[in-house]
Write a protein that binds this ligand. Structure first.
Ligand code: ADP
Ligand code: ASP
Ligand code: MG
Length: 439
């Protein structure tokens, strides 16, 4: 059995849904197809929710109407028969009815999650309606019945496996299953989600739960590129990379994959393929245990980073200092991404600013604390790159004009990380593209 996940642009137009129905029926293997919301929908739902939170209900209502008009047109173009159109309009109408009802309810975080879930619920129902009209036998599996996270927002893979296996057993006669990406239930049983871009994570978790033959991520580009195509003009697709390399790139900003989406597949050694819905014959990127080749694979950048420096003469020749510093971050459940130390100071970075004030307050007990906001992490990822002297030479030659704030080297053989002020991101990615890839 395999998993095929289609992202927002891959389901965002009626003709794309027509096309993916061909892709999922092109061979006999049983499949679970994971769908995102139609492109733009989750952003629209975030806006609706934000309007509600700030009590600007007229603006929320207008946005709901605009979104509903878009879905009505979509249904008209997606389906052929009046009967199918009427049925779909009624199904989608219920979701808009829900959105209009919540306009009258006071905002809460749980309500926000309910709002955000509407996109995937609607895209899967529309696709199912289209498959039914075409006479393609399938079963819609509600993700809310098997996708679960715990109180720390970590997926409960054991529970997911048990519940999903049972659901599949109930439909032994079927070979094609459709389900929602992104949405799940939390430890309180409420509707929740796996964070933005989370459908990739859903796909990988399902692939792990059913020991899939492959986890295919179908998107709008022909695989993982060597640099961020949104920032740099000339980038090329990478044929093969290791789970470690892909995980590093995803975590450090390669938007093509959700930051956490590699570990479930890696843990169960399930190959991940990144493929282009618009160009299904393109080779794409294969992600497996082996890196495939030695050398630099790709560069990724992650914005919104805060650098914190703690300087203290008490650190000199002292032990236990770093432990105390780390305990503060642990207490506030804030991951540290980069760290560099000198004998009297330590600099580290975080991207979660939720508890920044409280963290800084506690760190002040250990010495002078300085904060640099608006930083960007640039991660250079590849196989054995740290042992390749030429890589280091080209890397540092290329960035001679960039005011680098931190460098992390030697943490692993496969990664060199730089911290730069955000305004130098484009320039840094461009000079590295030339210096490391000659592109
Ligand atoms: P989907 O909606 O299918 O999940 P996303 O927009 O989340 O698609 O991810 C695909 C996008 O990721 C591409 O269109 C591209 O702009 C962006 N991207 C960023 N970094 C990379 C990279 N290194 N390789 C490929 N795509 C990347
Ligand atoms: N629809 C969600 C989002 O836009 C999840 C996803 O597309 O992966 O973030
Ligand atoms: Mg995505």
């Amino acid at each position: 059995m395999k998993v095929m996940k289609f992202g927002g642009t891959s389901v965002g137009k009626p003709e794309r849904m027509h096309q993916i129905s061909e892709l999922i029926t092109s061979d006999d293997e049983a499949k679970i197809v994971v769908l995102s919301a139609l492109s733009g929908t989750t952003n629209a739902l975030v806006e609706i929710s934000t309007c509600l939170a700030s009590n600007t209900r007229t603006a929320a209502s207008q946005r709901i109407d605009t979104l509903e008009a878009h879905y009505k047109q979509f249904i008209n173009d997606l389906l052929k028969t009046d009967e199918a159109k009427q049925k779909a309009l009624q199904v989608i109408g219920e979701h808009f009815e829900f959105l209009n009802i919540i306009l009258k309810i006071s905002y809460s975080e749980a309500l926000n999650k309910d709002i955000l879930a509407q996109g995937e619920l609607m895209s899967t129902k529309l696709f199912s309606a289209y498959l039914s009209e075409k006479g393609i036998e399938h079963e819609l599996l509600p993700a809310l019945e098997f996708m679960q996270i715990d109180s720390f927002e970590e997926p409960l893979i054991g529970n997911i496996k048990v519940k999903l296996t049972q659901l599949l057993k109930n439909h032994k006669d079927k070979k094609l299953f459709i389900t929602q990406g992104y949405i799940c239930r939390n430890s309180k049983g409420e509707v929740d989600n796996l964070k933005r871009g989370g459908s990739d994570y859903t796909a990988s978790l399902i692939a792990a739960a059913i020991s899939a033959s492959v986890c295919e991520i179908w998107t709008d580009i022909d695989g993982m590129h060597n640099n961020d195509p949104r920032v740099v003009d000339r980038t090329i697709a990478i044929e093969q990379m290791s789970f470690d390399e892909a995980a590093e790139l995803a975590y450090f900003g390669a938007k093509i994959l959700h930051p956490a989406s590699i570990w479930p597949a890696q843990q169960f050694n399930i190959p991940v393929k990144l493929l282009n819905t618009m160009q299904p014959d393109a080779r794409g990127t294969l992600i497996v245990e082996e890196a495939g080749s030695v050398g630099v694979k790709a560069i990724a950048a992650k914005d919104g980073i805060v650098a914190i420096k703690i300087k203290s003469s008490r650190m000199l020749l002292a032990y236990g200092f770093l432990r105390k510093v780390f305990e503060v971050f642990e207490k506030f459940r804030t991951p540290i991404d980069m760290i560099t130390t000198s004998e009297v100071a330590v600099s580290l970075t975080i991207d979660n600013k939720d508890n920044l004030e409280a963290i800084l307050h506690e760190l002040e007990a250990f010495g002078t604390v300085e904060v640099d906001d608006n930083q960007t992490i640039v991660s250079i990822v590849g196989n054995e790159i740290v042992q390749t002297p030429q890589v280091m030479m080209h890397l540092f030659d290329s960035i001679s004009d960039i005011p680098v704030r931190m460098v992390s080297y030697g943490g692993s053989k496969h990664n060199i990380t730089l911290l730069i002020p955000a305004k130098y991101k484009k320039q840094t990615l461009q000079v590295l593209n030339k210096g490391l890839f000659n592109l």
